[in-house]
Design a protein around this ligand. Structure first.
Ligand SMILES: N[C@@H](CCC(=O)N[C@@H](CS)C(=O)NCC(=O)O)C(=O)O
Length: 202
């Protein structure tokens, strides 16, 4: 298997799942400037990472990738045992991919929405406010739990990846004790550290 990634970006979520399932994989770094090259667009017409290539399958979108990996390795137990438990995993995976990630993209890339610095500042601040609100939802969900869906699941690496961005962008979540404890727990995980090391981040 080969995972196309940019350093520290959302493919880290898929890579941590690769570490957790313990399958051999190859990493392929993609420079941001290469995302619009015809060769890369042939892999992912959206022009974004991650891309997972496994034999004849070329798969994009983190949620699809981590579910695929899990289906190949159900013995890892990174999903719920019942339809209700699996629904919880998917709910928090969607929350990370659709709500948190989408909003965080504006913090990274307000300049692609407006050339006016004043507008960029407003977009960034509004997005920080929204991310803080969503972090509050995540913190409440984690009350009394170690992981988002109760047991460790394919949803957790995505939240961890976004919390790393928050630290890099000074989006403070130290006032959210459950979220802070979740970050520390994930950060201490051997698979997480292995993934970070392979990206040169640890
Ligand atoms: N919904 C996509 C999001 C992918 C995405 O936005 N990837 C970012 C990196 S975190 C990217 O490649 N952005 C391309 C760009 O910035 O031009 C997924 O889950 O895979």
């Amino acid at each position: 298997m080969k995972l196309y990634y940019m350093t520290g970006a959302c493919p880290l979520a898929s890579q941590i799942v690769l570490e957790w399932i313990g399958t051999p994989y190859e990493l392929q770094l993609v420079e941001r400037t290469a995302l619009r090259n015809p060769e890369f667009l042939a892999l992912n017409p959206v022009g974004s990472v991650p891309v997972l290539v496994d034999g004849s399958l070329t798969l994009t979108q983190n949620p699809a990738i981590v579910e695929y990996l899990l289906e190949k390795h159900p013995e890892t137990g990174l999903h719920g045992k019942t339809p209700e438990e699996r629904a919880e995993v998917r709910r928090w995976l969607s929350f990370c991919n659709s709500d948190l990630h989408r909003t965080f993209s504006m913090i990274f890339g307000a300049a692609s929405y407006s050339e006016d610095p004043a507008v960029q500042n407003i977009l960034t601040q509004k997005s920080v406010d929204r991310v803080q609100f969503l972090f509050g939802v995540a913190d409440k969900n984690l009350e009394g739990k170690q992981y988002q869906a109760g047991n460790r699941s394919i949803a957790d690496p995505y939240l961890y990846t976004i919390l790393r961005w928050a630290k890099a962008k000074q989006v403070d979540f130290s006032d959210k004790p459950n979220l802070s404890a979740f970050f520390d727990r994930m950060d201490a995980d051997a698979g997480v550290q292995a993934a970070l090391k392979k990206q040169g981040l640890a």
